[in-house]
Design a protein around this ligand. Sequence first.
Ligand code: BV8
Ligand code: ZN
Length: 247
Amino acid sequence: MIFDEKFISKLKNARSLVFFTGAGISAESGIPTFRGKDGIWNKLKPEELANFNAFLKNPDMVWEWYQYRRKIVNESKPNPGHTAIKDFENHYDVSVVTQNVDNLHGRAGSNNIYELHGNIERNYCIDCLKPFSIEHYRAESKGVPKCLECGGLVRPDVVWFGEMLPQKIFADAERKAEHCDICFIAGTSAVVYPAAYIPVSARQHGAFLVEINIESTEISHHVDYSIFGNSGEILPEIYKAARSFFN
Ligand code: BV8
Ligand code: ZN
């Protein structure tokens, strides 16, 4: 794969990289995206599912939807895009700022991961906040589980619409974005805020922005370089080019 000269020279001189990722980076692992042509939001309205009031109104339905998504995640594995991001750690200071809740970056072995929207494998009680691992529910019968301590409803540890992002994680991720040389924006429609401010912060502090997507997005007119195609194919090619600088 041939890349733009200016990008290659940026990559050669870069020290720190941020990978800002969204659902598209997990599409090649078989996990449906939210807004693409086969996105899960097409059938279901996010407001009806990924928000606290929906959960209170119909906890079993929302819980079952997450159980369905967990099943897909458990049957999937990291793809070459996740692995390439991990490999960049061999030669650069790498931070992964992800909107995904599927933990595929963690399973690919990446180290500095900032999960802005939580992690579908974690749960907690809405009343006493006691954490519950997903193992606890594998055999669980249908419907939302109750807290063993206080009997409260147990929910997935993800950030729903209208909920604040984990403040320290967001602040730390923003600092990484402000100090990186290149910010890759891979597999995201960049429509969800405040997460979508991350690449904007990077840009405001002089980072070189590279978008990797199968189509143009809300952020395309703000980036320095757009590479169209599957992130699972493009990221390994970029890593191959970078590795040649260090051999
Ligand atoms: C909040 C977690 C307020 C659960 C999700 C301005 C500022 C602040 C807030 C707002 C604002 N404007 C609007 C808001 C409100 C709202 C928002 O952003 N709404 C949008 C939709 C307009 N934001 C919020 O509610 C946030 N909270 O602001 O709270 C507050 C403040 C103070 C005090 C109290 C409250 C919370 C947002 C988090 C919502 N949670 N999910 C779950 O997953 O179930 S959102 C959901 O969207 C996912 O987390 C997902 O990660 C995220 C972003 O979607 P993408 O990852 O980009 O996925 P998408 O399908 O959209 O796109 C996929 C892309 O991949 C496409 O471009 C496609 O072309 C590409 N692609 C596909 N295949 C490939 C590929 N690319 C490369 N290769 C491929 N093979
Ligand atoms: Zn409890």
